[in-house]
Design a binder for this molecule. Structure first.
Ligand code: MEV
Length: 427
């Protein structure tokens, strides 16, 4: 049934901020308190927020934490993490401590190359045209390079052109890949500008139409590897280490488990991505595609126990991140996050993120194969319920402990306990 209201609001984005807020307030029946809460931009100045995205009516804060204990490539890091899920930061810190053996977690990223795609349709003799594109390779690379002299000056820029003829249900198309070394940027802007610029040249060469001209988030030329080797004692002994290996084997055999296994890895990676204002959707999309590169969805990491009594973890995934440009430099908190992290390049940031993913994964599967993940979660959940039920100060832990002890972690019980405590009863 129609409510009689229309969400068709012409020029909403052009309205002054106050007017946008007024419209939404009226639409949703927001109270003044709710509007004030929404309008609290916290540590994101409103003018910056309004420049970042459109139709802004407020801001939303997430907790910003640091994971401790990380030793990566022989260097210590405090890792900023932004996430709404309890236990993730504690788990990362805990696993990082277990992996402080030797140089700690080793991580290695290569050249920071992104792929820009141009899909050419409506062309005849596609293979001959593909060859013609290769003949014009240098001219295309030169023209692409002209679009971003600053990138070229910093040592980056277009590196190569690859061409494929791909069959579709409407006949063959030509897919052109422009390979660009994007250095310390995530690269979407630079690459998108370049592919849009060379598209008309490709149309001239092929006689076809350059339909899609955009970066591929399947960043297979930006793969990062992270590995770690730690004595089994550091993870709770041989039996626990063997079960961690078993969990890894199970994930390799069962895609339903592999997705959750990888979700645990992404818990850590995306939390760092959020803290440093990365395009986390790109990272997720690329990572999951990589997990399915064999045609079957697989875990991004593996765990093995070796004959010398060490647990070995290995993780490999593409990471498209930047430390210049985009929101990283615009959001004041992202800048602070990068300062805390102390990374000097996109390559280093991606290495840290992969290391965090590996530690996060270890923490998750170690918990799963020992006490399970609910125990820790429920303790935190109980505290949240206690707060929601009105507990403050010491009462929060008292109510939470009682709920855990009684095995009744529910809001109604939290409320009952708070009321009893406030009446002066012993709980
Ligand atoms: C929860 O956010 C993540 C885990 O489910 C990951 C895993 O199962 O490996 C614990």
């Amino acid at each position: 049934m129609s409510s009689g209201r229309s969400s068709r609001i012409e020029g909403f984005y052009k309205l002054p901020y106050e007017e946008r807020v007024r419209i939404v307030k009226e639409w949703a029946g927001l109270t003044s308190e709710e509007v004030n809460a929404l309008a609290n931009f916290g540590n994101l100045p409103r003018d910056i927020g309004e420049r970042m995205i459109e139709n802004v009516i407020g801001a939303m804060s997430y907790p910003f934490a640091v994971a401790v204990n990380f030793l990566i490539n022989g260097r210590d890091y405090l890792v900023p993490m932004v996430i709404e899920e309890a236990s993730v930061v504690a788990a990362a810190s805990n696993a990082a401590r277990m992996l402080r053996h030797g140089k700690g977690i080793v991580a290695e990223a290569g050249a920071q190359e992104m792929i820009g795609q141009i899909h050419i349709v409506n062309t005849t003799a596609p293979h001959a045209k593909a060859a013609r594109i290769i003949e014009h390779k240098q001219e295309l690379l030169d023209y692409a390079a002209q679009q971003d002299p600053i990138l070229v000056k910093s040592g980056g820029g277009p590196r190569d052109i690859e061409v494929r003829v791909v069959d579709t249900r409407k006949g063959p198309i030509i897919v052109v890949h422009l390979i660009v070394d994007v250095r310390d940027a995530m690269g979407a802007n630079a690459v998108n500008t370049m592919v849009e610029a060379i598209a008309p040249l490709l149309e001239k060469i092929t006689g076809g139409q350059a339909r899609l001209r955009v970066i591929s988030n399947y960043a297979t030329r930006r793969v990062v590897k992270a590995w770690a080797r730690t004595p089994v004692e550091n993870v709770g002994g041989l039996e626990v280490a063997k079960r961690i290996e078993e969990a890894s084997i199970i994930a390799e055999a069962d895609p339903y488990r592999a997705v959750t296994h990888n979700k645990g890895i992404m818990n850590g990676i995306i939390a760092v991505a959020l803290a440093t204002a990365q395009d986390h959707r790109a990272i997720e999309a690329g990572a999951h595609a990589y997990a399915a590169r064999s045609g079957v969805y697989k875990p991004l990491s593996t765990w093995e126990v070796d004959e010398d009594g060490y647990l070995n973890g290995y993780l490999e995934l593409p990471l498209q991140v930047g430390v210049i440009g985009g929101a990283t430099k615009v959001h004041p908190i992202a800048r602070i996050a990068l300062k805390i992290l102390g990374v000097s390049s996109a390559k280093e940031l991606s290495e840290v993120m992969a290391a965090v993913g590996l530690a996060q994964n270890l923490a998750a599967i170690r918990a799963l194969v020992t006490e399970g993940i609910q125990k820790g979660h429920m303790r935190l959940h109980a505290r949240n319920l206690a707060v929601m039920a009105g507990a403050t100060g010491d009462l929060i832990d008292k109510v939470a402990e009682r709920m855990v002890k009684d095995g009744r972690i529910r809001f109604d019980y939290a409320k009952e306990l708070v009321e009893r405590a406030l009446r002066g009863e012993q709980i």
